[in-house]
Design a protein around this ligand. Structure first.
Ligand code: C5P
Length: 219
């Protein structure tokens, strides 16, 4: 896909997990590798876009010169970078696996082993997707991902509406080789006109399908 159908467009992408600190040496994280978000960033850059990639802690390199990468660690940092950069973007794709909860207090020294039980009290993080959905203008597009374990289609569709997404990408958990850490993915794209199911493909080919949909909705 070397067609320059995104030239002069700015795209914001979030990718990877977030780490929520418990104490100076421990955190709550998740298994997101960042592969899907980085594939989307490369695809957009090759098609001519100027990309801002907001990345949580991942072992991934960005190669394309048109990708400006902002490395963050926590959900709060990802929120701040996203809110600051979305107003100047034509489209946002939210691919990061953001923590929904974070420790209410971060211990300032390493927590010691003590007693039979240990409790960490969590408070909710900011919902980046819902926040960007609220500030989205008519000339902007917003898309997100959903990974559901039950009532997949209904949950993804209501998530799309709740967060004011133009389309949502449903990752299948049912299929071998789809989702977290894999190099392949199997998706369903849902927008207001209905759903499109795609076969199992490499994440780079999946990125191309997703960006095709984004481009067609930007017109
Ligand atoms: O509600 P849920 O976390 O399943 O929604 C998934 C979508 O919302 C993804 O696109 C994800 O990147 C985004 N999200 C976000 N900020 C959060 C939680 C989820 O941007 N705090």
């Amino acid at each position: 896909a070397s067609e320059q159908d995104l030239s002069k467009k700015k795209v914001l992408i979030t990718a990877g997990p977030t780490y929520e600190k418990i104490d100076p040496v421990r955190f709550i994280g998740n298994y997101s590798s960042g592969k899907m978000g980085f594939a989307l960033a490369e695809e957009c850059a090759e098609r001519g876009a100027e990309v801002t990639l907001i990345a949580g802690p991942v072992q991934m390199k960005t190669v394309h010169p048109n990708i400006k990468r902002i490395d963050v660690e926590s959900a709060q940092e990802m929120y701040e970078a996203s809110i600051a950069n979305y107003p100047s973007a034509d489209a946002g794709i939210l691919c990061a696996a953001v923590a929904d909860f974070t420790p209410q207090v971060v211990a300032d020294s390493k927590i010691k082993r003590k007693g039979d039980e240990m409790t960490v009290v969590l408070k909710p993080t900011q919902d980046i997707a819902a926040s960007l959905g609220k500030i989205k203008r008519n000339d902007q597009l917003l898309a997100g991902f959903a990974l559901e374990t039950n009532d997949e289609l209904q949950n993804a569709q209501s998530k799309m509406e709740r967060k004011n997404f133009d389309f949502i990408v449903l990752n299948s958990l049912q299929d071998q080789g789809a989702g977290f850490r894999h190099d392949t993915n199997k998706i369903i794209i849902i927008d207001k006109n209905g759903k499109t199911e795609f076969p199992l493909k490499s994440k780079r080919e999946v990125a191309s399908d997703i960006i095709d949909r984004m481009v067609s909705l930007m017109k």
